[in-house]
Design a protein around this ligand. Sequence first.
Ligand SMILES: NC(=O)c1ccc[n+]([C@@H]2O[C@H](COP(=O)([O-])OP(=O)(O)OC[C@H]3O[C@@H](n4cnc5c(N)ncnc54)[C@H](O)[C@@H]3O)[C@@H](O)[C@H]2O)c1
Length: 275
Amino acid sequence: VAATNSTAVITGAASGIGQALATALARRGVALAISDVDESGLDETARRCKDHGVDVRTDRIDVADRAGMLAYADDLVGESRRIRFVFNNAGVALSGDAVEHSFEDVDWLLAVNLGGVINGTQAFLPALIDSGDGHLVNISSIFGIIAMPAHSAYNASKFAVRGYTEAVGMELAIARRPVRVHCVHPGGIRTNIANNARTSPSQDHGTLTRLFNESLARTSPDQAAEVILRGVARGKRRILVGADAHALHAMEQLLGSRYQTLVATVAGRVLGGAA
Ligand SMILES: NC(=O)c1ccc[n+]([C@@H]2O[C@H](COP(=O)([O-])OP(=O)(O)OC[C@H]3O[C@@H](n4cnc5c(N)ncnc54)[C@H](O)[C@@H]3O)[C@@H](O)[C@H]2O)c1
């Protein structure tokens, strides 16, 4: 990832993967336009990035707010920036069986995880095309490749992000637009995603959070950011992050739809213990 006169736009940059992407890009000399709904976390990210001497603009942007996102993109373009990188990263989680989900929680999750990616893509695609050498990076999940019990709405959003992103990538290739499109599928990354997740009434938030933080999240956000930026530099359409993501991806490729029997058996044991 080269710096020359480039701005990277990163949503959800107050924490986790977004924060690590921002600092990794700042180290490479890339100017930043970072946003989040968490303004104090965003200030901390900006402080870390400014230590590397780059220009950092911060904005409070809710990715689910379409009008806000479009106005934000217009404003950045009006500053005559060369927007070469857009990371649609902001995301939230919801765990529990579908039978217990409230529609309010499902709508919230889809508006952020899927709506946010679509809003960010549509708002910034013209600027990425104008840059002459753009990269659109949408963050899905390994749960956008395999489904997982107790994550149906999250799976719906992340499978949809994958389908959307892959289709946009092919459209741009057919039209010979100068934008590479990357869909990112992280495995477990030690971030605040579980701490901030909503859970169904019958689940114990503390137990699930401990299970994720202490056992499942094996990769650090900084490691994840490096893998993502390497994949972007190499022009990879699908970027897997972490040994767990590679293993689950291989399982799905090998077993096809039969992976569900295996996942249901293992997850049934683990979740049975966590409920
Ligand atoms: N941590 C993992 O194991 C993991 C695995 C696969 C995919 N992901 C994906 O990575 C992305 C980043 O998540 P993370 O793990 O760094 O979590 P995180 O909770 O540490 O960071 C997510 C950030 O998004 C922000 N955010 C939430 N709702 C928002 C909204 N409506 N508008 C703008 N910002 C909003 C939060 O304030 C937070 O700063 C998400 O899309 C997540 O689904 C994470």
